[in-house]
Design a protein around this ligand. Sequence first.
Ligand code: 5GP
Ligand code: ZN
Length: 114
Amino acid sequence: MSDDCIFCSIVDGDIPARTVAETDDVLAFLDANPLARGHTLVIPKAHHEHVGDLPADLSGAVFDVVAELTPRVQAAVDADGANVGINDGAAAGQEVPHVHVHIVPRFEGDGGAP
Ligand code: 5GP
Ligand code: ZN
């Protein structure tokens, strides 16, 4: 838990979010500013800034949810594919310093990767 972290506040229920999936250690919710319909974020509930900071069991738990959820998210919005990825570090576009995996549904002819 980090006091000034938006995603920790979502985990704690202090900031509302549209939950998509939840396990003991992982939360998935809709992105507030979606790049596409169904844009979902998957986070460890514990605060870690970088993907390389995650203990192996936690990165496994996060990926298990990503793998289970990606086809479900695609099906929910009738997408043709998805970009699944992490912006790691400010130079890579990471704005929220709590590691998160983006699942961005993609549609044939939607113009290329975001
Ligand atoms: P980043 O640029 O760090 O990889 O992505 C951060 C993502 O978090 C962005 O897509 C942004 O729209 C999303 N985001 C930022 N603040 C909130 C929030 O309070 N609630 C939700 N659901 N998403 C947020
Ligand atoms: Zn956090």
